[in-house]
Design a protein around this ligand. Structure first.
Ligand code: PLP
Length: 369
């Protein structure tokens, strides 16, 4: 049984190269330390409308945006409850897409999976085949854009394009570990809802979740009699329209941090941010190919999380531990059963090629490569 342990406050600062949480700017942390105010004050409307509208500008979308106090997992539940009456198609290729399918099943939906070996990417032709052969069609296709467990970047654009021929099927994209570091044009690719958690490529503290909502998704919810209460698109967006606030008390300090960080993200712009992440991913991949191997299928490697295949059979747990102790840098072992077969480097948010190189140098040193 878990025993109580004391939080001493005495911990070394570690530079985070996890697939989230990731590094957060000092100014963003400082922005949280303000006297509290009420969530029905005008000041809250100023704050919430600013962060919502700035997020739309950053993502370059006219779709609606909801920012909720929750982790991104909330939007697996909410999108399923809001958009899926009966049937959902979920291609699974790693831990998170499997969980997306599980969540929908627990909510009583009929889920058809297209199963791939971990490390492989979703093939749009398989999605098309499933849609074509299904007798009753699907209310939604749910897909993970960036499989954090395997470092695979799935081709959501191509799947979204083919879904243009299926207007009754909504497209729900979990972009939790890449949005903000891997640009996708949601409207051009028929994405009805795409969501993330703030502790990933947005480089904010954890605790808020962000989701875009297309007009079609908003309307679709009208027909559902079991839509989510907390994450109901209509409840959230109607409240925003009327009051410019959230329907229940939000984590105000996190929204202050969000406001500060969104200023930096807007100043950089999504094109430049995408380019910087591309550069970091290339550096990490080149290093991984030279020293080890890549776990992800060639051509589908993530722009924010590289999953390195442990071809040299190093002791991953010990390497992670020693790099943490000696260099105060934290990266991740492989996910679940892949713990020793692979390790993962999060190159997202505030990181740069230089900061990622500092980690890859440290790994080389510790693992004696
Ligand atoms: C692809 C993906 N989906 C969902 C989640 C769950 O996100 P959260 O813990 O913020 O709810 C994660 C977390 O790492 C993830 O990487």
């Amino acid at each position: 049984m878990t025993q109580k342990r004391a939080y001493t406050g005495d911990y070394a600062d570690k530079t985070l190269y996890l697939p989230g949480p990731t590094e957060v700017r000092e100014e963003v942390l400082d922005a949280m330390a303000q006297p509290m105010f009420g969530h029905r004050m005008d000041r809250m409307t100023d704050l919430y409308t600013e962060i919502v509208e700035n997020t739309k500008s950053f993502l370059d979308t006219d779709d609606d945006v909801i920012i909720l106090t929750a982790s991104g997992t909330e939007f697996w539940e909410a999108t399923t409850l809001n958009l899926v009456e009966e049937r959902m198609l979920v291609p699974t290729s790693g831990a998170f897409s499997e969980r997306q399918a599980d969540v929908a099943e627990r909510l009583g939906k009929q889920v058809d999976r297209i199963e791939y070996e971990w490390g492989k990417a979703v093939d749009p032709a398989d999605v098309r085949a499933a849609l074509e052969t299904s007798d009753d069609g699907y209310d939604a296709v749910g897909m993970v854009m960036n499989e954090t467990s395997t470092g695979v970047r799935n081709p959501v654009e191509a799947v979204g394009d083919l879904l243009g021929e299926y207007p009754d099927t909504c497209f729900v994209v979990d972009a939790i570990s890449c949005l903000g570091g891997d640009y996708v044009d949601t409207e051009a690719h028929n994405i009805d809802a795409i969501f993330t958690s703030t502790q990933k490529a947005f480089a904010m503290p954890p605790g808020l979740a962000v989701c875009t909502v297309s007009d079609a998704a908003y309307e679709r919810e009208l027909g559902a009699d079991s839509a989510s209460w907390y994450g109901g698109f209509q409840r959230c967006l109607d409240y925003y329209d009327r009051k410019g606030q959230t329907h229940s008390t939000p984590a105000i300090p996190l929204m202050l941090a969000y406001r500060e960080q969104m200023e930096h993200m807007l100043a950089e712009g999504h094109h430049e941010r995408d380019r910087r992440h591309h550069e970091m991913a290339e550096h990490t991949r080149d290093w991984a190919r030279e020293q080890f191997g890549l776990f992800a299928e060639t051509g589908f490697e993530s722009q924010t999380v590289t999953c390195v295949e442990n071809t040299r059979d190093i002791d991953v747990a010990a390497t992670v531990e020693t790099v943490s102790e000696e260099y105060d840098m934290l990266f991740s072992s492989g996910y679940g059963t892949l713990a020793e077969e692979s390790f993962r480097i999060g190159h997202m948010g505030e990181h740069t090629v230089e900061s990622v190189r500092a980690l890859t140098d440290a790994i080389e040193d510790v693992a004696d490569l």
